[in-house]
Design a protein around this ligand. Structure first.
Ligand SMILES: Nc1ncnc2c1ncn2[C@@H]1O[C@H](COP(=O)(O)OP(=O)(O)OP(=O)(O)O)[C@@H](O)[C@H]1O
Ligand SMILES: N[C@@H](Cc1ccc(O)cc1)C(=O)O
Length: 317
């Protein structure tokens, strides 16, 4: 796989592909993703983390924003609580392999409380309508039936983060799209660069709804082998391909880190079978050649293996 293919694999949108091709030809390039510190880093977050690791391998400098102030503004906890979570989350990111020379972690409050930052937030807030700000938070904001003023400031700060961190590209799940499109449109009005944007898919939790800490439907990167087995056993695994959480785990977490995956089953059920790509496995499942229970077993074994280092790291003293 060449660097460009690696950069775009498992993404749903790049705005724009031509700009990405141009950027990749440059010797220096950077990308960031921001995370509201939360209790657990789960397989949903890991989709974006895996992408950051692909981009690192493709030659990007990586910045990870631990967005403590954003989490506070979005009603996720007190300042003390989110700050503490930021430290824990940083360890989780390192545990899954996001670390090293070209990876920098930045705490939101370390860069967001300067007069320059504040002035840019105010300049943008003078231009962006309340309606656009509110819509950009549709999939990001918590308790949006009664949005707080802080939740209208939130997307504007996210735009200013892009300028403050000086990155070429903003990465996030597709739920970040509306905020990113505001950034592309409005950052140039304050003399800042319009960022490239890369979006990854949103994956489902084990009950078939969006994987999220608040739903309790997630697998965490620090889960024990036993916990993974129990959760996967109960997972929703319909015969369909679309929105199938087990296939999503296989596609976004197991295959990117394993060359081949082996389905183990007794001879009377068809015997063992080795898959060397996700697509091959999806076809076999769609054709009914792989039973849902076998698909779950194979995915569980693969996931336990790919998260082994993270588990060990998190369980060190
Ligand atoms: N289920 C998911 N599938 C894929 N990406 C996700 C998922 N949940 C969060 N992300 C991505 O992770 C990044 C950080 O999101 P954030 O930390 O705010 O998570 P969140 O949506 O608040 O999740 P949670 O409610 O579980 O804490 C964003 O780019 C977001 O798109
Ligand atoms: N909006 C992101 C978090 C984030 C905050 C600030 C940023 O600059 C980037 C991302 C989320 O939904 O979780």
């Amino acid at each position: 796989m060449d660097e460009y293919e690696l950069a775009i694999r498992n993404t749903v949108e790049i705005v724009t592909e031509d700009q990405l091709k141009e950027l990749m030809a440059r010797p220096e390039k950077s990308v960031y993703a921001g995370y509201e510190p939360s209790g657990e880093i789960h397989l949903g977050h890991l989709v974006t983390i895996n992408k950051l690791m692909d981009l690192k391998e493709a030659g990007f400098k990586i910045k990870v924003l631990l967005a403590d102030l954003h989490a506070f503004l979005n009603q996720k906890g007190t300042m003390e609580e989110v700050r503490e979570m930021a430290d824990y989350n940083r360890r989780c990111f390192e545990a899954v392999g996001l670390k090293g020379k070209n990876v920098e972690f930045i705490l939101g409050t370390d860069v967001q409380l300067t007069p320059e930052y504040e002035l840019q937030v105010l300049e943008l807030s003078q231009q962006i309508t309340l309606n656009r700000a509110k819509r950009s938070m549709d999939e990001v904001g918590r308790n949006m039936e009664a949005p707080r003023v802080s939740q209208m400031v939130y997307p504007i700060m996210q735009m200013v983060d892009i300028n403050t961190l000086g990155v070429d590209m903003a990465l996030g799940g597709i739920d970040q799209r509306k905020i990113h499109m505001l950034a592309r449109e409005y950052l140039p009005t304050i003399g800042a660069k319009a960022p490239l944007c890369m979006h990854t898919p949103i994956i489902n939790g084990l009950n078939g709804k969006k994987m999220s800490s608040s739903e309790g439907n997630y697998i965490s990167v620090a889960d024990s082998e036993d916990a993974i087995k129990k959760k996967m056993k109960k997972a929703f695994c319909p015969p369909e391909i679309e929105e199938n959480p087990v296939l999503q785990v296989l596609k976004y977490h197991v295959f990117p880190r394993m060359e081949t995956v082996t389905l183990k089953r007794p001879d009377k059920f068809g015997g063992n079978r080795e898959f060397s790509s996700y697509e091959e496995c999806e076809q076999a499942y769609a054709a009914g050649d792989v039973h849902p229970a076998d698909l779950k077993g194979m995915t569980t074994d693969g996931l336990i293996e790919v998260l082994a280092d993270a588990r060990d790291y998190m369980n060190q003293d």
